[in-house]
Ligand binder design. Structure first.
Ligand code: SAH
Length: 339
């Protein structure tokens, strides 16, 4: 399979889906057999200081009711999730960039979880000072997820006003240096981008030697300036997932919630295309609906237990098995400092 820039472009356009998906599936099977890691995500807060053009919880969306979960509730949700014994062995804490939680508060939450249950903790809290990342790492956080969203610099400025592409990239390097398992990824089909951008981003992402890689289709949100734009393509997202797997055989790659939102079969099709991670939401129903980074997110059910049992049954019916481990990164890092 030709995986230079023109080769990737052709594959993304659908030139050889059969071979692409087969190779991705085999690569996945070689390194992960039929295992799927569950990561339970708690969406702490939908308050955000940023104004990302694509995102429904952007600061300027005044029509959204905002919430914040108290730290004690976050800790008890994580403990409860682990006690279900359903394979939720990693807890992901995600939110808007909300300075209501001081760095120490997040460190206390991480410690509060790690002291009570044996889970890995992933943070996805956006951009912070490297010293804050260090504090959270010392508190016991294992992983950090921060998508670069796009490698098209010009579009980056439009999509993430007031943010700096170079800085985000540098922060990803800092996170790696601090010994976090580090993840990033992009949004597929942002307005103004085409297949050239996707091929660029695949090559750039794969150079970063990340532990986790993810991609989801752009879903236009009515409360944003991009409300009338076209959404990202489902099939292109599956192809991108397959290429991520082939180019990064050992990385943990989710079938993203955005993919499943566009089409419910995305969960299993994502796994078949090379993904090995699923991230069910553990956020209480009353808040979950308000964590609306795109429409349709988190509206599938009221009860995480029902949700989870259904998800697990679906994954198993497709021939996969829920992993009993925490799914640590298999990516080998050379010369990373402070690990
Ligand atoms: N504030 C954190 C968490 C972001 S929300 C951070 O900046 O890292 C998680 C992810 O949802 C984003 O990284 C982005 O890739 C995705 N997302 C946001 N809005 C979206 C939309 N309209 N369509 C598809 N994905 C979106």
């Amino acid at each position: 399979m030709n995986l230079d820039h023109p080769g990737i472009k052709a594959l993304l356009a659908g030139s050889n889906d059969h071979a692409l998906f087969q190779e991705a599936f085999e690569t996945r099977a070689q390194h992960f057999e039929n295992q799927v890691h569950l990561r339970g995500i708690i969406e702490l807060s939908n308050v955000c200081a940023r104004d990302c053009a694509y995102c429904g919880i952007r600061r300027s969306n005044r029509s959204l009711q905002r919430y914040r979960l108290p730290p004690a509730e976050v800790i008890s949700l994580a403990v409860l999730a682990h006690h279900l014994k359903k394979g939720l062995n990693t807890i992901v804490l995600q939110s808007g960039e909300d300075d209501f939680y001081k760095a120490e508060d997040i460190a206390d939450i991480v410690r509060g979880i790690k002291d009570r249950v044996s889970v890995d903790v992933t943070l996805s809290l956006g951009e912070h000072d490297p010293e804050v990342y260090r504090m959270w790492r010392e508190a016991g956080a294992d992983r950090y997820l921060m998508k670069i969203e796009t490698f098209n610099r010009e579009n980056y400025q439009k999509m993430r006003p007031g943010c700096d592409f170079e800085k985000r990239l540098e922060l990803l390097g800092r996170l790696q240096g601090l010994g976090y398992e580090t993840g990033s990824g992009i949004i597929i089909g942002l307005p103004g981008e085409g297949i050239d951008d996707l091929a660029d981003s695949l090559l750039r992402l794969s150079e970063l030697k990340l532990d986790m890689l993810g991609c989801g289709p752009f879903i236009p949100h009515p409360g944003t300036p991009l409300s009338d734009e076209l959404g990202g393509d489902y099939q292109t997202t599956l192809r991108y997932t397959a290429l991520l797997r082939i180019l990064n055989p050992l990385a943990n790659i989710p079938a993203t919630t955005a993919l499943v939102t566009v089409r419910p079969e995305g969960r299993v099709e994502g796994l078949k295309a090379g993904a090995n991670v699923i991230m069910p939401s553990l956020t209480p129903a009353r808040n979950r609906r308000l964590y609306e980074i795109y429409p349709g997110k988190n509206i599938d059910c009221d009860c995480v237990l029902d949700n989870l049992d259904g998800i697990i049954a679906e994954i198993e019916a497709a021939g996969f098995r829920i992993s009993e481990g925490t799914g640590k990164s298999k990516v080998v890092h050379q010369g990373s400092i402070e690990k």
